[in-house]
Design a protein around this ligand. Structure first.
Ligand SMILES: [Zn+2]
Ligand SMILES: [Zn+2]
Length: 539
C-alpha cells in the first residue's frame, strides 16, 4: 500500500504532490468480508487545496488501487503513462468517476511541471509494463523516487533501466533517494524475464496433456512468454479469468502483445486434443473465486484438468497465502495433475524487485546524499538503512507511516508526525479500521449471535415472548438445542421479572438487562460469548 507525498514551501503555504495511491489486500481471517485496505488520506484531504497533482509510477494495485476510492476526497489532477492510464481509466469507470477525474497521459521519459516540482519520468524495469521512477526537481534539490524496480537486462517488454539518465542525474546531484526495499534481504541479483522465457518454453515443450500456466496477470512480459511458449509447443492459448482478459486488452491497446498467436475461448479450447491446449489462468495465490481455484475444485464451467495434465505456477507464494495455495496443490495432486512450482524449478518465476546487488548498483549510480527506504515491512526498511550506511550514503532515514521528513535545507530530520491509518473497503462502503461494524462482525464470526424478542403491553407486562433464536451456534442434537433455547428464554424471562415497574417502562433498561442475562446463560451453555440482540415491542 503505497502513498508518498512531497511538499515544498513553508508550513503555512506548502504545496504538495502525491506519488502513488495504492491498496493492500484484506486477510479473511483478520477482517472477515474486507477485500481491500486503503491508506487513510484524512491529513492530505484537509490540505486538498494545495495538492497540485497525483502522479502514478506504475499500474500495480499497491500503487494505483486506492485512486478511484480516495479521489473524491483529494480531487487533484492525475498523471500517468499510457498503460497505467488505461488501467486507471477502467477503475474510474467502474466507480462512475471517468468523466470527473482529470487524467493526463505522460509519455515514457516525459516531463511534467507542477508548481515548484519539475518531474521527469525515468524508465525502469519491474514486473509490469511502464515502470517509472520520478526525478523530482525542486529549487532546493532533486528527489529520486525510484518506484518499484529491478535491473533486468532483458525485460522482454519495454526498455532496460535508463542508466545514462541515472548517471546524469547523479552528476547533477541527487539530494535524496526514496527507494524500494522489498528484496533487501535477498542476496545477489533478481534474474531476468528473459531467463524465465527460456525456462518456461523448455518446460512447456516437454509437457504432454493439457498445460495450465498461472502468473500475475499484470506481468505482461510473462503473459507474452506463455503465449510464445504455446506457439513453440504447438498449443493454442486460451485466457482464463477476468483480469487476464482485462490486462491483455489494456496491453494491446497501448501497442504491446502485437505478435501473439490467435487466442481461443474456453469452450473451443475444451474441444481441442489435450496436447494442443495451453491455458493461462488467474489465481496463482489460491484466491477462491479465481479461475485456478475453480479448476482445482473441478468447478469450472469449461476447463477441466485430468490425470497427466500439468499446472505450472509461474509465480511466488505471497506470505499469508500459503494455506490457500497448498490447498490448490493438494486438490490437483489428488487428481493426478502434475505440478511445477518455483520451489523445485529455477527461473519459472523472477521477482520484480531489486536484490542486494541491484540495490548496491543503484546507490553507485545515484550517489544520493540521503537514503529513504520505503516499500517494505519495518525489518526491510531498517535493513535497507544499514545497507545504505554500509555504502557510505551520508544520511539515511527510516520513515514510519505519517512521518513528515525535512530533506532540505539542512540535514534530514523528522519534523512532524501526522495522523495516518487505514480505511477498509467493505462491499461498497469505506470504513475506519476501528468501526463498530467490524468489531461486531469478528465477534459474530467467532462467537455466533442470539436474538431475543419480547412484546410488552401498555402496562409493561409481557404480552408475548420472550422468544429466542440463535445463529451460528449448535448443539449435539436437536432436543438439546431446543433445551438450550428454552434455557435462554427462561434467563430472559427471569431478568425481566427482576425489574421494577418503573424500570420496565424504559426500553433501553429492559434490553440491557435481558441482554446481560441471556449472554450469561449462553456462556454457560456454549462457553462462548455470542452477540446478543434484544428487541422490545410495545403493543
Ligand atoms: Zn509495489
Ligand atoms: Zn510494482
Amino acid at each position: 500500500m503505497n502513498l508518498n507525498a512531497y511538499g515544498y514551501g513553508p508550513a503555512d503555504a506548502r504545496q504538495w504532490i502525491i506519488v502513488d495511491i495504492g491498496v493492500t489486500f484484506g486477510r479473511e481471517d483478520q477482517l472477515p468480508g474486507v477485500d481491500l485496505i486503503l491508506p487513510d488520506p484524512s491529513y492530505l484531504a484537509d490540505l486538498r487545496e494545495s495538492i497540485l497533482g497525483i502522479v502514478l509510477t506504475h499500474a500495480h494495485e499497491d500503487h494505483i488501487g486506492a485512486l478511484a476510492w480516495l479521489w473524491p476526497r483529494l480531487k487533484a489532477p492525475v498523471y500517468a503513462t499510457p498503460f497505467t492510464a488505461a488501467l486507471v481509466r477502467e477503475k474510474l469507470r467502474e466507480r462512475g468517476l471517468l468523466e470527473k477525474v482529470p487524467l493526463t497521459i505522460i509519455p515514457l521519459k516525459g516531463e511534467l511541471t507542477l508548481g515548484p516540482f519539475d518531474i521527469e519520468f525515468v524508465t525502469m524495469t519491474h514486473s509490469i509494463p511502464e515502470p517509472n521512477g520520478l526525478a523530482i526537481r525542486t529549487p532546493l534539490g532533486m528527489v529520486w523516487h525510484t518506484g518499484d524496480w529491478k535491473i533486468d537486462p532483458d525485460p522482454l517488454i519495454g526498455e532496460t533501466t535508463d542508466e545514462a539518465t541515472l548517471r546524469a542525474m547523479a552528476d547533477e546531484g541527487i539530494l535524496a533517494m526514496v527507494c524500494d526495499s522489498t528484496n533487501v534481504f535477498v542476496e545477489g541479483a533478481t534474474g531476468s524475464e528473459g531467463d524465465v522465457r527460456e525456462k518456461l518454453t523448455e518446460l512447456i515443450v516437454g509437457c504432454r496433456g493439457r498445460v495450465a500456466v498461472t502468473a500475475f496477470a499484470s506481468n505482461v512480459a510473462r503473459i507474452e512468454t506463455a503465449l510464445h511458449a504455446a506457439r513453440a509447443s504447438g498449443r493454442t492459448p486460451c485466457l482464463v479469468g477476468r483480469s487476464m482478459h482485462r490486462i491483455v486488452a489494456a496491453a494491446r491497446g497501448v501497442g504491446l502483445l502485437q505478435d501473439i498467436p490467435q487466442l481461443i475461448d474456453e469452450e473451443e479450447a475444451g474441444a481441442l486434443p489435450a496436447d494442443n491446449v495451453l491455458y493461462l489462468c488467474t489465481g496463482s495465490q489460491g484466491e477462491p473465486r479465481a479461475a485456478l481455484s475453480r479448476i482445482a475444485r473441478n468447478d469450472h464451467r469449461h476447463v477441466t484438468l485430468r490425470e497427466g495434465d500439468t499446472v505450472i505456477f509461474s509465480s511466488r507464494v505471497i506470505p499469508g497465502n500459503e494455506t490457500a495455495i497448498h490447498t490448490l496443490y493438494n486438490q490437483f495432486i489428488e487428481r493426478g495433475v502434475h505440478l511445477i512450482t518455483a520451489d523445485e524449478e529455477h527461473f519459472i518465476h523472477v521477482s520484480g524487485h531489486p536484490a542486494r546487488d541491484e540495490l548496491k548498483q543503484m546507490y553507485q549510480w545515484a550517489r544520493p546524499r540521503i537514503a529513504i527506504p520505503v516499500h517494505g515491512e519495518r525489518r526491510h526498511i531498517l535493513e535497507h538503512v544499514r545497507l545504505a550506511q554500509s555504502l557510505q550514503v551520508p544520511e539515511a532515514v527510516a520513515p514510519n507511516n505519517g512521518d513528515i521528513i525535512r530533506l532540505a535545507p539542512g540535514s534530514a530530520a523528522l519534523i512532524d508526525e501526522v495522523p495516518s491509518g487505514r480505511l477498509l473497503v467493505d462491499g461498497s462502503v469505506l470504513l475506519e479500521s476501528d468501526d463498530d461494524a467490524l468489531r461486531d462482525r469478528k465477534r459474530l464470526a467467532a462467537e455466533g449471535a442470539v436474538n431475543v424478542a419480547l412484546a410488552l403491553s401498555a402496562k409493561s407486562s409481557i404480552a408475548a415472548g420472550p422468544t429466542v433464536s440463535v445463529r451460528g451456534l449448535a448443539m449435539d442434537d436437536e432436543s438439546e438445542f431446543e433445551l438450550a433455547l428454552e434455557e435462554l428464554e427462561q434467563a430472559a424471562k427471569g431478568a425481566f421479572g427482576k425489574l421494577s415497574h418503573a424500570d420496565r417502562e424504559d426500553d433501553e433498561l429492559v434490553e440491557v438487562n435481558l441482554m446481560r442475562a441471556v449472554r450469561k446463560a449462553a456462556e454457560k451453555l456454549w462457553r462462548k460469548r455470542p452477540l446478543v440482540d434484544v428487541t422490545v415491542l410495545r403493543l
